[in-house]
Design a protein. Structure first.
Length: 226
């Protein structure tokens, strides 16, 4: 289930403009996303019980850092994204509420990968990378996992369903209106993802994360044995 309206608004207030006449788009977007998308409650549940530092690949404005703080998970957070304006707005929002353990950096995951040891989150990112780049990203993320750490993925899977078609259309629309810089290029299948993760010796769980949305979103949690 998504966050309650009250909970979502409490997080979204970090994205209010500094002055009352400023642009409130990020506030309204964040509030509505948190109140309608089951992503963050699912990720928070997946990360509970681990204190490993977290790398958020494709972090956008860093909503996960805010959700973790609200949930009482004091993890060191490192968010990277190729969208410099979103990173800048994420830095300002984090500074506003004193997220001392959060840091952000502009990184193009199609070209380079940051250095990290701990847990890794890859949320709504894979479909924007070619298949070879997806495999490279997954292999690098697996190598970053420390004992007891988690690799948490939200992905729209290629399964030919009606939800699959709806997700593809919506992702293209997000690119057309400028919210996403890139157009999706390859949606992974469960078979390919499971094969990569299990071959690396990880314990893997797939669960649908539809909520009340029409999208074909799945939560994949892979754990490195302690």
């Amino acid at each position: 289930m998504p966050f309650s309206r009250r909970h979502a608004d409490g997080i979204a207030r970090a994205f209010l403009p500094a002055r009352w006449w400023g642009n409130r788009y990020d506030y309204y977007y964040t509030r509505e996303k948190l109140a309608s998308d089951p992503l963050y409650p699912g990720v928070l549940q997946a990360l509970r019980g681990s204190d490993a530092p977290l790398l958020d690949l494709g972090c956008g404005m860093g909503l996960l850092a805010h959700a973790l703080q609200q949930d009482g998970q004091a993890l060191a957070y490192y968010g990277v994204d190729n969208d410099a304006p979103k990173i800048g707005r994420g830095q300002r929002a984090a500074a506003r509420i004193g997220l001392a353990q959060a840091r952000f950096e502009v990184v193009d995951l199609a070209r380079t990968l940051p250095s990290h040891q701990g847990s890794v989150a890859i949320l709504d990112v894979l479909q924007y990378l070619p298949q070879t780049a997806q495999k490279r990203l997954l292999d690098a993320s697996i190598a970053m996992l420390t004992p007891g750490a988690r690799l948490v993925i939200r992905a729209a899977l290629d399964d030919g369903s009606r939800r699959d078609s709806t997700t593809r259309l919506t992702d293209r629309f997000a690119h057309l209106i400028g919210w996403m810089q890139s157009v999706p290029v390859h949606y992974p299948s469960e078979r390919d993802l499971r094969g990569t993760l299990e071959t690396a010796g990880l314990t893997v769980d797939f669960a649908p994360l539809y909520g009340k949305t029409p999208f074909n979103h799945w939560l994949i949690v892979a754990t490195r044995a302690g």
